[in-house]
Design a protein around this ligand. Structure first.
Ligand SMILES: [Zn+2]
Ligand SMILES: [Zn+2]
Length: 293
């Protein structure tokens, strides 16, 4: 399959956001700017992982209509288009993972396409509204999706008002670029490097390092196997910061009905033989594939 890279204004802005970050070499950094960068990363990362991904794409917990709007707005501040666009394309990825139909298969199209190529292409500007009819019934979500430039502009203005030009640079531009590449790494690197626990039939992997920089999304093979779970690190040692935030929001009564993986999936028998020892199962030899003489 040949993939085209065409000029789009969105792609132009994407490159411009990256180039703007080079200004740090002239402007330097302040404590306020460093704090803004970290705060805007964590807040907006949660908007993507806890909002766009685990809530809008997979409905792995429930919440009020007001907090649902907050999640769409916070995720929207990441400049990764609207929640409906994001969820529709992500549901498509799960349905067709690593097949010809997949929009960003690292296995079939390689790293560059799966990481940024599909985002820069103008082929996927629209989304299939039939894939997100559970979300399009909320006019406020449709509005935010249509005018998806509003949340990032609000985020940028807030950074400027708090930290001036250097605050804008670190709090918005640098933090947005880090957000982009940690999010895209799940589509690219997390389908290339790591280990598999479940035989999902595609290339999704579990990776501790990616789980740390993505606030829990690196347990991607777990997630592909059981998408409904709000918890993607299935065991206590699988660091999942998004899940810890969701637990806190649950304690505060802001979200409820958090979905967990069924107990049977945590048993060694549910896993591929090479993954069983890590969860206390008997070490079993890999099945030998008979070779023709
Ligand atoms: Zn997913
Ligand atoms: Zn995936």
């Amino acid at each position: 399959m040949t993939k085209d890279y065409k000029f789009t204004w969105a792609g132009f802005l994407f490159v411009l956001v990256h180039l703007t970050c080079l200004a740090v070499f002239w402007v330097g950094i302040t404590w306020t700017a460093a704090f803004l960068c970290l705060f805007m990363f964590v807040l907006r990362k949660f908007g993507i992982t806890g909002g766009y991904h685990r809530y809008f794409s997979h409905r792995s917990y429930r919440t009020s209509r007001f907090f649902q709007f907050c999640l769409a707005f916070i995720g929207g501040m990441s400049a990764q288009k609207g929640a409906l666009w994001w969820a529709a394309h992500h549901r498509h990825h799960h349905k067709h993972s690593d097949t010809e139909e997949d929009l960003h298969s690292a296995k079939l199209e390689g790293f560059v396409w799966s990481h940024v190529g599909w985002v820069l292409s103008n082929e996927y500007d629209e989304y299939d509204s039939k894939a997100v009819t559970d979300l399009t019934k909320f006019p406020e979500l449709v509005f935010l999706d249509k005018y998806h430039f509003i949340p990032p502009v609000v985020a940028a203005v807030a950074c400027f008002l708090i930290g001036g030009w250097v605050g804008l640079l670190w709090g918005f531009f640098v933090s947005t670029v880090i957000l982009y590449h940690t999010t895209f790494a799940i589509n690219s690197l997390c389908h290339m490097f790591g280990s598999q626990r479940y035989a999902t039939g595609e290339a999704s992997k579990n990776s501790l390092w990616l789980a740390i920089v993505t606030m829990g999304e690196g347990w991607h093979n777990n997630h592909h196997h059981y998408q409904l779970s709000a918890r993607q690190g299935f065991f206590w040692w699988e660091v999942d910061i998004t899940y810890y935030i969701l637990l806190t929001l649950n304690k505060l009564g802001i979200i409820w009905d958090i979905k967990h993986p069924p107990a049977k999936l945590l048993k060694p028998e549910a896993m591929i033989p090479s993954a069983r020892a890590a969860v206390g199962g008997a070490v079993e030899p890999e099945p030998q594939i008979a070779r023709a003489a």
